[in-house]
Design a protein around this ligand. Sequence first.
Ligand code: KIV
Length: 277
Amino acid sequence: MSATARKTALLPDDIRARKGGTPIVSLTAYTTPMAELMDAHCDFVLVGDSVGMVLHGLPSTIGVTMEMMILHGQAVKRGLRQAMMVIDMPFGSYEENPQQAFRNASRLMAETGAGAVKLEGGQSMAETIAFLVARGIPVMAHIGLTPQSINTLGGYKVQGRGGAGARLLADAQAVADAGAFAVVLEKVPQTLADQITAAVQIPTIGIGASAGCDGQVLVVDDMLGLFTKFKPKFVKRYANLGEQADAAVAAYAAEVRARTFPAAEHVFADSVAGETS
Ligand code: KIV
């Protein structure tokens, strides 16, 4: 079904039901205008903790706080009518124990209106996922390259190569068995992503994985060419808005310095007679 035909917001069960069907479309968003723009095109919008790097200039997602996620979650929610909103649990807000995870996940859902939370981890998070789901919190899992663990993974490397494939498959199975309604596969080899997609009963959402996944997600600023500090291989640039913005700002600066902006049509007369707006 095309996203534009929907009248009401999708629910986690709708996403789960898309297993093996029309690919699920998702992008990240952090602001109301961007959420408005993608609402008709995406099945779910992810308020990713990538917001820390993309909008706040942090070196990784480690420094992202609950307060940042809540503020951006509220902004995104105001821009959505049809797409479901999934919000990331930030580093340190869920790993301690299931109770800590419930406290923070319920706060994220209550204060932002998100339809689900996403958290990073496979077998090690299965107990927490089951705890949250049993208490009314839909969970999307995230395995493979999990950026919050960058300090133990030793960099933004492809995960699951060689002997590590079996562990990733077990991670995917563990989060599915624990009740996650979908699982993000980040930066895993294509063949392994296809194996996992075939093996688990829940949709796989790929980012740097495979076109055979049940859906795809990208960071919106990456695919629009707005965030250009680095470009992972898995990012396709659908636009170069950063370059356009740079040219526009340069043109504005030149016109201000030349006193050609503002022009007659941008300034106000002494009387309103004859003024159009
Ligand atoms: O934070 C994020 O943007 C993510 C990705 C999966 C897109 O988790």
